[in-house]
Write a protein that binds this ligand. Structure first.
Ligand code: ZN
Length: 293
């Protein structure tokens, strides 16, 4: 499952190919992905230009010249391929993992400069929809989303205000999409480790009784940002089926400090603890009891 840094990596890879370009022809090779594609999908896209490509949580939003926005979600195995003149970029790297066969190319966008952008999705949990651009932030699913963990919206004061008075564990609060949008399990585990906070601590413990940030809130917001930015810098974590937009693998998984390291020594210098795994709300939490009391 691609997490936020992977989606942002895909966005940054697609942006130069798509933005400012007109879609001269669109191929729709099946009626549905996870859900049916919108009615008139091809005719609504053909002739439209892409004005911008943004991201909200794990959704990509291509604003079009037709006053509609093409909303895309990669689901479990969705990926994009950018090709010029029929030549595949890095085909070897791309076709190594399963799910990249041409049989799973479901939507192909032909652009006015000859580039071709192909959406491939083996398991078809992905999503494409067309929404009116005006007021899109007030429509589901965007209306109910919490703050962007990468944008300027997240800092210690905001996090403290959001979490103040909550008894739910920090881990669960950080995964609650209505509070913070798009933060997944891996990055929550890594951020809590860097902030030296227990995943089991009450969310409200980062704030004073009046909702002001404690030092913990500042440490946590800084750790979230650092972990996401580091993952984006190396191209996402590439767990299982996920690949970067150019098909090459990301490398953040080599940098996990606690995630998926159960029983291994803690990486903190001079700490003699081991990485523990517990299950919270059905998801694994990895942490060091010594560093994250
Ligand atoms: Zn430790």
């Amino acid at each position: 499952m691609p997490e936020l840094p992977e989606v942002e990596t895909v966005r940054r890879g697609l942006e130069p190919a798509l933005v400012g370009r007109r879609m001269t022809r669109v191929e729709q090779r099946r009626p549905d992905l996870r859900f049916p594609l919108p009615e008139g999908f091809v005719s609504r896209l053909e002739g439209a230009s892409v004005l911008s490509l943004d991201r909200r949580a794990k959704y990509l939003l291509a604003r079009l010249s037709t006053d509609e926005t093409l909303v895309m979600h990669l689901g479990m195995t969705g990926r994009f391929r950018v090709e010029a003149g029929g030549r595949l970029d890095e085909p070897g790297a791309f076709y190594q993992s399963h799910g990249a066969q041409a049989a799973h190319d479901h939507v192909v966008l032909h652009l006015d400069d000859g580039l071709r952008v192909t959406y491939n999705d083996a398991r078809r949990f992905g999503f494409m929809g067309l929404y009116p651009s005006d007021g899109i932030e007030r429509t589901p699913p965007f209306a109910a989303m919490g703050i962007e963990p990468l944008g300027p919206a997240l800092d210690g004061a905001v996090l403290a205000r959001l979490f103040a008075g909550r008894r739910t564990p920090l881990k669960a609060a950080l995964l609650d999409q209505r509070l913070v949008a798009g933060l997944g399990n891996i990055y929550v585990c890594e951020a809590l480790f860097r902030a030296r906070l227990s995943p089991q601590a009450p969310a409200g413990s980062i704030a004073t009784s009046t909702g002001r940030p404690r030092a913990k809130a500042l440490a946590l917001s800084g750790a979230i940002r650092a972990v996401l930015e580091e993952a984006i810098a190396v191209g996402g974590s590439t767990l299982r089926d996920h690949a970067r937009v150019d098909g090459s693998a990301g490398a953040f998984q080599e940098r996990f400090r606690v995630y998926d390291r159960e029983g291994e020594p803690c990486v903190t210098p001079a700490c003699r603890g081991l990485v523990h795994r517990i299950v919270q709300s059905g998801r694994s939490s990895f942490y060091c009891r010594d560093c994250q009391p």
